[in-house]
Write a new protein. Structure first.
Length: 345
């Protein structure tokens, strides 16, 4: 009896150790696998219908993979390529001794010293020029290092992207098998496991839909703002801001904020103030105001929880936390609801 008990202990101890090692092996590929699972769960109904008509699951999965790349991922790749190309150009210009940013900032002291009010303050022109020169160097070095990291990580991103596509094909084709395997490993009951899967899918769908709607609104407001103040290429900036608005924490502010500052420096006072005020108090507020409402309504969760889980997800997981945070919260409340029903019975 004691030997049998010891065998069980060693068995579960070995199982735990191997499971932890396996999860550790998957850690570098967590994000591509996660996004493959999210996309597959969202497009699962279309795949099921297509597989039923063709009678060939592999062909249906391949067709869905191509369709997803064309409809959703290809525009992101094109915008990403545009940003990478621009980053190379900026990277090259910043590598030179006389970059556009440094020339712009170095010219600010002369404009300030020509102001009649500033002349009365008896400010040293050399001291002011030195401070702005140091500021220009700091800004240039920051952008230079950021772009260098961006260009160096491009190959890593492409590799992760290919892994995601590879995993997406099998998640699409063998999704039901994976769910059955998970059901055997987590014996919660078919009804509970199905409920968790539905909550995962609904949370992912609602979060992505809310993110796209908010990005479109923020980018449209930014493009309209640029058109009103007379910035050239407002349509191109609109497209760029729509895609950048998807990135949490930075978003399209990386476009409108420098534009407002440059307007002020070049003497376009009302245009610069309009851009900065509108961006700070209207464009930036769209996310905080609409995201809890849009996402919370679809997954039946309080807006405060949506906001906190989204911000917490971003802090822990970066851009993917926009989706991971609400999903974790939705699954948590589903488990608590199950536990309440379990103890009632």
């Amino acid at each position: 009896m004691r030997d049998k008990k010891n065998h069980h202990i060693f068995f579960f101890l070995g199982l735990t150790v191997i499971t932890i090692l396996f999860l550790y092996l998957l850690k570098p590929f967590f994000y591509p696998i996660f996004w493959a699972a999210v996309i597959a769960s969202i497009f699962r109904p279309l795949y099921t219908r297509l597989a039923g008509k063709t009678g060939r699951p592999s062909l249906a999965a391949a067709i869905m993979l191509v369709a997803i790349v064309i409809i959703i991922l290809l525009p992101l790749i094109l915008i990403g390529t545009l940003l990478v190309n621009e980053s190379f150009n900026i990277y090259t210009s910043l590598s030179k001794d006389h970059s556009p940013i440094r020339e712009l900032v170095d010219g600010i002291p002369d404009r300030i010293m020509r102001n009649d009010y500033v002349k009365r303050l008896n400010i040293s022109e050399d001291m002011l020029a030195s401070k702005f020169s140091d500021l220009a160097k700091d800004i240039t070095n920051f952008i230079f290092n950021s772009l260098r990291g961006l260009t160096q990580n491009t190959l890593i991103f492409i590799g992760m992207f290919l892994i995601m596509l590879y995993a997406l094909f099998f998640f699409m084709r063998d999704g039901e098998k994976f769910l059955k395997t998970a059901s055997q490993l987590l014996p919660l009951g078919d009804e509970r496991e199905r409920l968790l899967y539905e909550r995962f899918t609904s949370a992912a769908r609602a979060t992505l839909k809310g993110t796209l709607v908010i990005a479109f609104l923020q980018g449209s407001l930014g493009g309209l703002l640029f058109f009103i103040v007379g910035i050239e290429g407002a349509l191109i900036w609109w497209v760029l801001m729509v895609f950048l608005a998807v990135i949490p924490g930075v978003g399209c502010s990386i476009v409108w904020f420098p534009a407002g500052v440059i307007m002020l420096v070049n003497g376009y006072i009302w245009e610069g103030i309009t851009i900065l005020v509108t961006g700070l108090f209207i464009i930036s507020s769209v996310d905080n105001f609409l995201r809890p409402i849009l996402v919370g309504r679809d997954i039946q969760m309080h807006p405060l929880l949506i906001l906190i889980s989204t911000l917490g997800g971003i802090a822990l997981f970066g851009i993917s936390g926009v989706v991971i945070g609400p999903i974790i919260t939705a699954l948590l409340f589903s488990l608590w609801e199950m536990s309440g029903r379990y103890f009632e019975t």
